[in-house]
Design a binder for this molecule. Structure first.
Ligand SMILES: CC(C)(COP(=O)(O)OP(=O)(O)OC[C@H]1O[C@@H](n2cnc3c(N)ncnc32)[C@H](O)[C@@H]1OP(=O)(O)O)[C@@H](O)C(=O)NCCC(=O)NCCS
Length: 182
């Protein structure tokens, strides 16, 4: 139901409150790989905390605010994508991503986020799509570059994960740039 294909064995679809058990099982499997970069990797620890974040996004989606999607590979939840920010007034949104290491290196995130940016720009009239990541997060920086984004600048020590402060790079693509890409 309501899925987008990413590969023969992979698909993108909404990640919803009824997926709470599957979500916490997935986060438990990959927690160590996400924790350096993603704050909820430390707080989604049981079905209740998983439901909490999924319900927050369901509520935000109902208000045309944020949106959350999962990536399933061979029927197993393997990652996801999110509109962390969705600002209809300024026509700016921000995309976030994560993936099980076993599913990396296949272009699944590039394909999933391409669908998201197409929808944000061409259907919903967003003028600017942002991507925020730690300056240390080489794979995330590479993904932003692969999507044709430009680096706007760096928010010095703007984020704290565990005991580590991170410089946050802001990348973006503008609607005209997205439409004109070859
Ligand atoms: C960021 C993250 C999602 C990137 O995953 P990824 O698999 O590298 O991203 P993509 O799905 O776009 O795949 C790109 C890789 O697939 C390869 N690839 C294969 N076919 C491809 C295709 N058709 N299109 C694009 N890339 C393709 C690319 O060469 C690249 O591989 P390489 O890094 O070995 O050169 C992942 O590293 C991750 O989950 N990190 C931890 C969480 C995190 O940091 N999230 C972001 C917070 S800001």
């Amino acid at each position: 139901m309501l899925t987008l294909p990413l590969a023969d064995d992979a698909e993108l679809r909404a990640l919803e409150p009824w997926n709470a058990k599957e979500f916490v099982d997935h986060v438990t499997r990959v927690r160590g790989h996400l924790q350096p970069w993603i704050s909820w990797a430390a707080t989604v620890v049981d079905e209740e905390s998983a439901l909490d974040i999924l319900q927050q996004y369901a509520d935000r989606m109902a208000q045309d605010d944020g949106r959350l999607y999962g990536i399933w590979v061979d029927g197993k939840l393997a990652g996801g994508t999110v509109f962390r920010v969705w600002d209809n007034k300024d026509e700016v949104c921000e995309v976030g991503v994560w993936l099980d290491p076993a599913a990396r290196g296949r272009g699944l995130i590039t394909r999933a986020v391409t669908y998201m940016i197409d929808w944000a720009v061409c259907v919903r009239g967003m003028s600017r799509v942002e991507w925020h990541c730690s300056s240390r997060n080489e794979r995330s920086i590479a993904a932003a570059q692969r999507l044709g984004m430009s680096r706007d600048g760096v928010l010095r020590e703007a984020s704290k994960l565990g005991d580590t402060r991170h410089d946050i790079q802001v990348w973006s693509v503008l609607a005209a740039e997205w439409r004109d890409r070859t």
